[in-house]
Design a protein around this ligand. Structure first.
Ligand code: SF4
Length: 94
């Protein structure tokens, strides 16, 4: 059996997203570029973007690793909770 890349493994994961109730919210007006770059670079799913001085985020595809919470709660990250029961990521390859 061929060895799978991380991207291939992540591509097998399933996500049940509650589109109306994001489990992570951001401070959209937060403007400390140094702090913002930390979450942009650290999120393994690449869900944070900082373009033209504006922070944006999508909770869809979140791996629930908690990295952004540790790095930036009460800074770029406004709130962080686990998704409600039945929602979130379902890992298929560890
Ligand atoms: S919990 Fe992990 S995967 Fe989800 S947004 Fe934060 S850093 Fe990205």
């Amino acid at each position: 059996m061929a060895k799978m890349s991380i991207d291939d493994k992540l591509g097998l994961d399933l996500f049940y997203t509650d589109e109306q109730n994001p489990h992570i919210t951001i401070n959209e007006d937060y403007d400390n570029a140094e702090e913002i770059h930390k979450v942009v670079l650290a999120c393994p799913a690449g869900l944070y973007h900082f373009d033209d001085g504006k922070l944006s985020f999508s909770h869809e595809g979140c791996l629930e690793c908690g990295t952004c919470r540790v790095l930036s709660i009460n800074k770029a990250v406004k709130s962080w909770d686990h998704p409600p029961g039945g929602a979130g990521v379902m890992y298929r390859q560890g």
